[in-house]
Ligand binder design. Structure first.
Ligand code: 13P
Length: 340
């Protein structure tokens, strides 16, 4: 597999001001979200939900790639058509989450290390054969009393780089996702410091593991105050500090940055991405895009409620959020786009 192929896929994921739709919730996470909306938590309902998402008319206008979960990539439509075919037919590139989750890190109370390197080479080969062209691995960094530790940051950066190297060997673009969590009372400045440290550590490790930066996609958090921090900065302040942080730590060779939404309200995630593009787009070395799960899916999930009768309305809500985020990539999103 030539490196050029990987570089071309990475580039095409950013074409047309489109972005990524993360629909790779693990079964426990998906079930948790279903439970909150009173939706049954079983394999058939998860399949039906993903079918609703993937058959949204016009999804490919604003979504370049979807991130699937192991269960989902193997699933089919009710009529027997594989999901992978529906995705390809819509002009969307299929991707796959390949980590096996963030687990408690030994000797580091309150911190997580993401697992999944064992057997990864073989799993990547299988996913490639199934049609996946990019992969995702998420590291989780919490801010709290005396955390994160250097040990946690370095261990997570190291496994992210080893995962990315294996992806390149397998012909897959790697989404490198370090998520500094919003939970907590920390300030936006603290988030800035930690995010910068995490990103610097990751790019050191990517260099050490000989990862071609042109073949990765960075999926970071925006720099935000903690959810319970009394001071909540403006959209423009968040845009400024997030871009400053990225400029400090992300090499220009990276083909694009696609933010996670991290539990931000949908409209705020769109507004913040928009502000970054309005203020900085023409001056940045990389495009700033989105790879949202909740900030695209949440309204649709709430409308769907597990019922066939709600599919069209849920799809309209999903389409709308994807379009809003595409507008935010152009710097053309405004609150007037929101329908009530
Ligand atoms: P959220 O946008 O809901 O944070 O999800 C993004 C994601 O892919 C988490 O791994």
């Amino acid at each position: 597999m030539s490196t050029q192929n990987i570089i071309d896929i990475a580039k095409s994921l950013f074409a047309g001001n489109k972005g990524l739709l993360a629909m790779d919730e693990s079964n426990p996470t998906c079930n948790k979200r279903f439970a909150k909306s009173g939706i049954p938590q079983d394999e058939e309902t998860r399949r039906a939900y993903r079918e609703m998402i993937l058959t949204t008319p016009g999804l490919g206008e604003s979504i370049s790639g979807v991130i699937l979960y192991d269960e989902t990539i193997r699933q089919k439509m009710k009529d027997g058509t594989p999901f992978i075919k529906i995705i390809n037919d819509a002009g969307i590139i299929p991707g796959i989450k390949v980590d096996t989750g963030a687990k408690d890190m030994a000797g580091h109370p309150g911190e997580k290390i993401t697992e999944g390197l064992d057997g990864l080479r073989d799993r990547l080969k299988e996913y490639y054969q199934m049609g996946a062209r990019f992969a995702k691995w998420r590291a989780v960094i919490a801010i709290g009393n005396d955390i994160p530790s250097h040990g946690c940051i370095e261990a997570n950066a190291h496994v992210l780089a080893r995962y990315a190297a294996l992806c390149q060997e397998a012909g897959l673009v790697s989404i490198v996702e370090p998520e500094v969590l919003m939970d907590g009372e920390h300030t936006m400045e603290q988030c800035f410091e930690i995010t910068e440290e995490v990103l610097r550590s990751i790019f050191n490790q990517l260099y050490a593991q000989r990862v071609v930066l042109e073949g990765i996609i960075l999926k970071p958090n925006m720099v935000l105050p903690g959810l319970t921090c009394p001071k909540q900065e403006s959209v423009d302040d968040v845009a400024d500090i997030t871009v400053e942080c990225l400029l400090h730590a992300v090499p220009a060779a990276v083909p694009g940055i696609a933010f996670l939404s991290g539990g931000q309200p949908c409209e705020l995630a769109s507004a913040r991405l928009n502000a970054m593009n309005v203020r900085f787009k023409s001056r940045l070395p990389w495009p700033l895009a989105f790879s949202f799960a909740r900030a695209i899916q949440q309204p649709a999930l709430e409308i769907w409620q597990g019922k066939e009768i709600n599919v069209t309305k849920a799809q309209q809500a999903l389409y709308h959020r994807a379009k809003c985020n595409q507008a935010a990539r152009r710097g053309e999103y405004n609150a007037g786009m929101e329908i009530n």
